[in-house]
Write a protein that binds this ligand. Structure first.
Ligand SMILES: [Zn+2]
Ligand SMILES: [Zn+2]
Length: 143
């Protein structure tokens, strides 16, 4: 079972903030889109019942046919990644770990697109990793 905790967070300028129920498990993504968007690996935590404040400042960017990325229109801080493709995962949202106020008590459990990670950095420790081919196979292999 994945345990959950209550968390609060905000963007750099504070125009957007949230409280949410989040997983304690952090996932890293090394795909080219995430690296370009964040400047490094994307660290995300799945969240539900996200209660936004300043929601009118949130803009979304449709980064692929299956997902969108939300950010603060005032300061540009990335806030979330959300699955938009129809199916059981539609609407699933991951908050960007760095936006959380309290980042204690979480565990980095998996790394996506490990074969796309530049040699420049490596996250310490051992955990489950997935290559691009493995990720594509998991989502039906199309697109
Ligand atoms: Zn902001
Ligand atoms: Zn990614």
């Amino acid at each position: 079972m994945v345990s959950a905790m209550k968390g609060t967070g905000k963007c750099l300028c504070g125009a957007v903030s949230y409280s949410a129920e989040t997983s304690t498990e952090v996932s890293a993504c090394h795909c080219g889109m995430c690296r370009r968007w964040t400047g490094g690996p994307l660290l995300g935590i799945s969240a539900k019942e996200v209660d936004w404040s300043g929601e009118d400042k949130i803009r979304t960017y449709t980064s692929s046919p299956w997902a969108e990325r939300g950010f603060c229109s005032e300061c540009g801080t990335g806030l979330f990644y959300r699955i938009t493709a129809p199916g059981p995962a539609q609407g699933s949202l991951s908050l960007l770990f760095g936006t959380l106020e309290d980042q204690a008590g979480f565990e980095l459990v998996q790394e996506w697109f490990i074969d796309k990670k530049p040699d420049t950095y490596t996250l310490a420790g051992e955990r489950k990793t997935l290559t691009e081919a493995e990720v594509m196979a998991m989502f039906g292999g199309s697109d």
